[in-house]
Ligand binder design. Structure first.
Ligand code: FE2
Ligand code: FE2
Length: 170
């Protein structure tokens, strides 16, 4: 039986994942506006994956018969001054999400909620990847600084990213 406490945390996490999607969509719009289509492609896919994360929790909550309460999604930042600002914010945001996931894991452990604990393992691993990718993007950018050719090389690399839909019931 999942506690009210955990149900609330899972509902909050659905909201955080949708907010993440919204934030990355806003970053996509910024990169489109400065004609960096590779960066825009990367963040557009990121936005889709965050929506998938929200739906993964939605599915789990339905499976365990928990009451889903969809919460208000705040507006993300829309004005960005530089590429570096976006990349830093993306990394900070993923670090924030990792803390949030770890907190739910802590509570699940303390309540001996093995089902939720097991469910969250996927998210723990996903956050390791998310932070690594965001950190990699920031470091690559910092290497090239404001060199236009370097930025275009990163843009070309990020243009290669392809969206992979999640596998059902995984
Ligand atoms: Fe996520
Ligand atoms: Fe993420």
């Amino acid at each position: 039986m999942t506690s009210k406490n955990i149900v609330k945390l899972l509902n909050d996490q659905i909201q955080k994942e949708f907010y993440s999607s919204y934030l990355y969509l806003s970053m996509t719009a910024y990169f489109k506006s400065v004609n960096l289509d590779g960066f825009a492609n990367f963040y557009f896919i990121q936005a889709q994956e965050e929506k998938d994360h929200a739906l993964r929790i939605f599915d789990y909550m339905n499976q365990i018969g928990a009451k889903i309460v969809l919460e208000k999604i705040d507006a993300p930042k829309v004005d960005f001054e530089s590429i570096e600002e976006v990349l830093k914010l993306a990394l900070e945001h993923e670090q924030f999400v990792t803390k949030s996931i770890h907190n739910i894991v802590d509570v699940a452990l303390s309540e001996k909620d093995h089902s939720t604990y097991s469910f969250l393992q996927w998210f723990i691993n996903e956050q390791v990847e998310e932070e690594d990718t965001a950190d990699g993007n920031l470091k690559k950018f910092q290497l090239v600084g404001n060199d236009g050719r370097g930025i275009l090389m990163i843009d070309a690399e990020l243009a290669q990213r392809v969206y992979t839909p999640p596998v059902a019931n995984n």
